[in-house]
Design a protein around this ligand. Sequence first.
Ligand SMILES: Cc1cc2nc3c(=O)[nH]c(=O)nc-3n(C[C@H](O)[C@H](O)[C@H](O)COP(=O)(O)O)c2cc1C
Length: 410
Amino acid sequence: MTIDKLRSKALAISDLRAMARSHLPRGIFDYVARGTDEDRAVSGNAQAFDEIAFAPRVVRDVSGVSAACTLFGKPSAAPLVVAPTGFAGLLWRDGEIAAARAAAAAGVPYTLSTGSIVPMERLKEEAGGRLWLQLYVWPQRQMTRELMTRAQKAGYEALVITVDTPVAPFRPYNLRNGFSIPFKLSRRNALDILRHPRWLFNVVLRRYLRHGPMVAENYPEQLRTPLAAAKPGKFNLPFSDDVTWDDIRELRRLWTGPVLLKGILDGEDAQRAVDAGVDGVVVSNHGGRNLDCAIAPLRVLPEIVDRIGHKATVLLDSGVTRGSDIAKALALGADGVLAGRAPLFGVAAAGEAGALRALELLIEEFVRVMTYTGARTPAGLTPDLLRLPHDFTRQAAPAASRLAPALSSD
Ligand SMILES: Cc1cc2nc3c(=O)[nH]c(=O)nc-3n(C[C@H](O)[C@H](O)[C@H](O)COP(=O)(O)O)c2cc1C
């Protein structure tokens, strides 16, 4: 589908989500859309954004409004970054390249996941634009260092070290519908796949004929097995569960560009990250995909900005589906946001054009909200433009999942 057609068909991220849902086998759609356990954190992230309203200012000159900003000293069309999402190539053939091209066209950075199924060198060659690399630390630290050397050689700009995944998340829905790793064919998942022949042909078979089985191409060579045959390590994940601040200091020393820690939800941890020499943090609960009942990042953002905002870049993700969400995060002090599922739904709906439409929707609404609230630049979004419940930052537990019934395929 062309971008022009999408501009009339997809008027909100929810439209792209609905298209993704019809294109993908249900088990794969669930893997993208849902969280863990009871989807409480997914619900809590949406609820935190919903609780905030704007108190717009008027009679201000907003004629020259612009979303443009700088991120780590380089221009960006908006304070927006495409978040790292493993296995985007399961949604669309070369899905990572499609998303990265869309990010380049929209003028924002793209973060490649360690778990992607396209080699980082090919992505760099075929996508262009600003590329960041997300890193999971391996138990074998030498392998981590080799991955970083490979990325620096390929020209990746920033390193995003994810520190919130010491153990594999528990996804009961994927265990029930048979879409966990290693993949085992069952009656249920076979029927699900056969109901989506276009996906089977375009994503799985065509990829297989050109590049062989799907493999996490950026894993160290020793661990690069086809997804269908992957043998999870300790705690069901091949990643390290004993990362220390000394590791972070060392990785910081080895990488020449900006380094961010992703998965920070506490002011003290944010401070320790800065003490370890990182340039920024991503305040994130992994889109509600790891610790269910984790606090919504938006609720801890003011505390973290207070602690480190004057000396480090503070980005936020988890639950961004509207331009107004970007504006709310910025008004609470973030320098920018990452979006994970929104561009992924676009990729699943229509490849590069779909991802571009997702980014367009987010940026267009962000500019509209800036204009309505009287902010001519992203820096003009200030806390006085928001109205929050008095206990917004103190509310501890996410409410019982409002999304689970809609998401459920169990
Ligand atoms: C399908 C999927 C795969 C993901 N894979 C990774 C990953 O490999 N590494 C990582 O740091 N975060 C990963 N994330 C988390 C995102 O980087 C990001 O934190 C999250 O999606 C933000 O929430 P949102 O989806 O509500 O925007 C993944 C998210 C999704 C939806």
